[in-house]
Design a protein around this ligand. Structure first.
Ligand SMILES: *Cc1c(COP(=O)(O)O)cnc(C)c1O
Length: 301
């Protein structure tokens, strides 16, 4: 399913800024989790699955999409969540989708997943496990497909992107885009992940592994994954990020959220500034998360 790419009004250091609207991917408020889920659920339908188990926190876009997909296909959905499943727009949508939420301590997550799978299997359920965030080769493949759309746009518009920026969490989305540059012979295009939580060393080694798993061979090129804008970790934010959200809404009419896309957008601008990048074509991938924008309405006002 193709999502739109358009140019932004804002001009940044004489760079042309474009945005790919994955937030408008047409299911459950869109986002990269919706694109990944399409591939997981294609397999789930083929395998006659009746129960799906996955993992994520109360602000997880992945859990919202998976629970919504399960509801629409009449499949039981089990969400393992660390600590408390706090009330957020995403967690409320999970509840609306009638998923069963299982809370556990963060250190017991893996054990709880295994126990849940085991219990379901022992009652003759046909169970499918989706890794947290839609991590794994299917998730990577979803973003190889997305990269194909980017190349298609370039050809139609007769332009070439020099940089792609995005919010990077598990790194699956970034890994898919990097694999896309390799498969399409476009390694001149730099894919830059702005970490939303993980520190650089761990984050980039996981991306490298995802790329190698997908390509089935070693990958030794540099991975651009920067942890300077995490604000101290997952869900942490600061005034500058909040100001960026307001600015993007007022100038472009686009909703960013403080956990993922606003950090990435802010990080992109800082990166362009500090590396004195000008006169380039820059593509920002809006990876979604619109319900989280509404979680922060009070702070924004
Ligand atoms: C999950 C998520 C990301 C990170 O995607 P990964 O593939 O895990 O790196 C970025 N933005 C949004 C809005 C997300 O929900």
């Amino acid at each position: 399913m193709n999502t739109v790419i358009h140019q932004l009004k804002k001009n940044n250091l004489n760079n042309k800024l474009y945005i790919k609207r994955e937030d408008l991917y047409p299911f459950s408020f869109g986002g990269n989790k919706a694109r990944k889920a399409d591939l997981f659920f294609k397999e789930i339908k083929n395998k006659n699955i009746d129960s799906v188990v996955t993992y994520g926190s109360s602000s997880s876009n992945h859990c919202r999409v998976v629970a919504n997909k399960c509801a629409s296909l009449n499949i039981e959905c089990y969400i393992i969540t660390p600590e408390k499943f706090e009330s957020t727009h995403n967690s409320n949508l999970v509840k609306m989708s009638k998923a069963q939420v299982i809370e556990t301590d963060i250190e017991n997550v893996e054990q709880t997943i295994n126990e849940t799978l085991h219990t379901l299997q022992s009652t003759n359920k046909n169970v499918y496990f989706i890794p947290g965030g839609g991590h794994g080769n299917l998730g990577t493949h979803a973003y190889v497909n997305c990269f194909d759309e980017i190349v298609e746009y370039e050809e139609k518009q007769n332009i070439k992107f020099d940089y792609v920026f995005l919010a990077s969490g598990t790194g699956t989305t970034q890994a898919g885009l990097v694999c896309g540059t390799i498969l399409k012979d476009r390694t001149d295009l730099k894919v830059i992940g702005i970490s939303i939580a993980r520190e650089q060393k761990r984050g980039s080694s996981i991306i490298k592994k995802s790329i190698e798993d997908y390509l089935g061979k070693k990958y030794n090129e540099p991975i651009y994954f920067f942890d300077n804008y995490t604000c101290g970790g997952y869900g942490q934010t600061n005034r500058k990020i909040e100001e960026k959200i307001q600015e993007m809404y007022l100038v472009e009419g686009i909703a960013l959220d403080p956990i993922y896309t606003a950090k990435a957008y802010y990080g992109m601008e800082e990166y362009l500034k500090s590396n004195k990048i000008t006169e380039k074509n820059i593509l920002f991938i809006h990876t979604g998360g619109t319900p989280i924008f509404f979680d922060y309405m009070e702070e924004l006002l």
